[in-house]
Every structure is written in C-alpha cells, then in structure tokens.
Design a binder for this molecule. Sequence first.
Ligand SMILES: [Zn+2]
Length: 144
Amino acid sequence: MSAIDRLIDALHGHGVRASGRGSWRARCPSCGVRNNGTLHITEQADSAVLVCCFKSECSAEEIVAAVGLELSDLFPPRDSHGPRGKRRRLLTDREALDMLDHEAHVLVLVASDIQRGADVTVEDCARLITATARISYLRQEARS
Ligand SMILES: [Zn+2]
C-alpha cells in the first residue's frame, strides 16, 4: 500500500477529500477543529506524503499519531520483501548525513527570512514541516 493510500484510509471519518491533483484536504485529526480544510495533504513526486495543519500548526508526528500511524508511514515502502522483525535501514550513514545537512540548510534559510521580517508563505510552512518530518525520519532510521 502506498503512503498516500495508507494516510487517506487512516483519515476516513475526518472529512478527507481530493482538492486537486495529488492533494487532499481533511479535518486535522490532532487538533480536531471542525473546519474540514485545516489539514493539507500533498503527495510528492517521490511518493512521500506531506501533511500540514493550517489551524494549530500541529506537527506531522502529532497528526499521524492521532490516526494510529507513524512518520515512516508517510514515506514510500522500499523494503516490502525483507524479513519481518528487524527492519533493514533504507539509507547509508553518508546518505542520512547528507539529507540532515540539506534539511538543516532549509531550516536556516527560512529562519533567516523570518529574522529579516520577510513573509513566511504557505510553501515555506509546508517545506519546514517536510524538513522536520525528514529529520524525525532520519532519527528513526538511525535507531533501526
Ligand atoms: Zn491540527
């Protein structure tokens, strides 16, 4: 099952609906507000899924936990044939550090925009959430 199908399934009962090509809206399962459009869901080209709460700025981790998923469920499965039990790591140490370095740069760029008083766009918000999700994912990878 793809990451997006897993999330859409899990959001059943939270008013999830398509809002465009590769994007969906739903009620945020974490902050539970009534508005059906607070949670923005986007499937990226690499099949990873972005979630962004525009009401309470819930973290991606809080959002997926509220529907019984983990952050790793937002990323495409790459090792569906492996043995059960200890999961094979998906990244080498070098790849993980390169990704961490890249995401750290994204955070610094947005932080410097904020510091300069520049507007933070919806895209910036979504990118920050992606960066946070990727760093959390790297932490999970390092522990596996
Ligand atoms: Zn929320």
